[in-house]
Design a protein around this ligand. Structure first.
Ligand code: SF4
Length: 335
């Protein structure tokens, strides 16, 4: 097991049933440091985020795992396809990654919040083992992890792939897991990134569905229990943000919008994709936030620090692709 220690946590690679996987154990600065969300009472613009210390893991712990070995989607901003085609991990691989991440910090016996993100390598909706593992964790997380969690909150992030015949049933099942098995304490993030289908077709190289098709798939979702379902907007320069168009497709009573910058990866650098000024000033986000708020969406803006982005803990990164953090880091090994 190789552990890459970056300022906000650890990136880990290890061998699993079909080869190497990559997962994260990371801390969080606290909502007030890098979030603006008026609906949560966080109403201060985020003009860059200091490279400070994260909260103790007993306050909040984030574990991000891989659902596939590599990925067969073609997202232009992501380095995971450089690792190889997407082969599904097993349920044991999923639980094994979570357990290894937890064992990195055996000293922690209690946390107020543990977020589990199915968002390192792979498009999770190809893999039903994610559903099986989540149902198990809904019943047994504390016992399985030997960790008392006041809140255990899994999040499934999907690009809504075109070539996935089980997609509709899959996301419906995940929504039942959120609303019923977890009593609302789970979520789905649908990564839209732009309100223009032409831009989306380019950014995903044709591997995802149109917004109208996605709207059709999710229109049957029941009203969310707990947090609203999330439309994720990782916005690069020039991406369209038409709030009225989005509200015509997704019900703002059921869906919120989360805006982030597009992250620094080998692929975004090679393809000239960036969110100019977004790591230093709120100016990049203000018009986008306003557009979605005016359309009726609860809108959350999340700004990472340079430590987080250059430390490769953000979406679209993978050390297995050959890239390494571009800030100081150390490497340790654990057999
Ligand atoms: S963003 Fe997700 S779905 Fe897209 S290529 Fe990367 S890992 Fe695959």
């Amino acid at each position: 097991m190789k552990i890459i220690n970056v300022p906000t946590g650890k990136i880990v690679t290890s061998e699993f049933s079909r080869g190497p996987l990559e997962f994260l154990s990371i801390g969080d600065y606290g909502q007030a440091a890098n979030i603006k969300a008026d609906f949560l009472g966080l109403d201060q613009p985020v003009n860059g985020v200091e490279n400070g210390s994260v909260m103790p893991l007993s306050e909040k712990w984030v574990i991000t795992i891989s659902t596939q070995y590599g990925c067969s989607m073609k997202c232009r901003f992501c380095d995971v396809p450089l690792v190889g085609p997407g082969k599904n991990v097993s349920e044991a691989d999923i639980l094994g990654q979570i357990l290894l991440a937890r064992e990195l910090h055996g000293e922690v016996t209690h946390t107020k919040r543990l977020n589990l993100h199915f968002a390192r390598m792979g498009e999770p909706t190809f893999n039903t083992a994610v559903l099986d593992a989540s149902r198990y964790l809904a019943r047994k997380a504390d016992e399985f992890l030997d960790l008392q969690c006041d809140t255990f909150h899994p999040v499934l992030t999907t690009m809504m792939p075109k070539k996935n015949g089980i997609l509709k049933g899959y996301v419906q099942e995940w929504v039942a897991i959120k609303n019923e098995d977890f009593g609302g304490e789970a979520n789905i993030q649908v990564s839209i990134n732009s309100t223009s289908d032409d831009q989306r077709d380019h950014m995903y190289r044709g591997s995802t569905r149109t917004l109208a098709e996605i709207s059709g798939i999710v229109s049957g979702f029941p009203a969310p229990v707990g947090r609203k379902y999330c439309l994720n907007m990782a916005m690069a320069d020039g991406y369209e943000f038409d709030g009225a168009k989005l509200a015509g497709l997704f019900n703002p009573d059921h869906w919120m919008v989360k805006i982030t910058p597009i992250h620094v990866t080998t692929s975004t650098e090679a393809n000239g994709m960036k969110s100019s000024g977004g790591y230093d000033l709120y100016d990049f986000y203000a018009p986008r936030e306003d557009a979605f708020k005016e359309a009726g969406f609860d809108t959350l803006v999340f700004v990472p620090s340079y430590d987080e982005d250059f430390g490769m803990i953000t979406c679209g990164n993978a050390v297995l692709s050959g890239r390494m953090p571009t800030i100081p880091y150390t490497v340790s090994h654990d057999e």
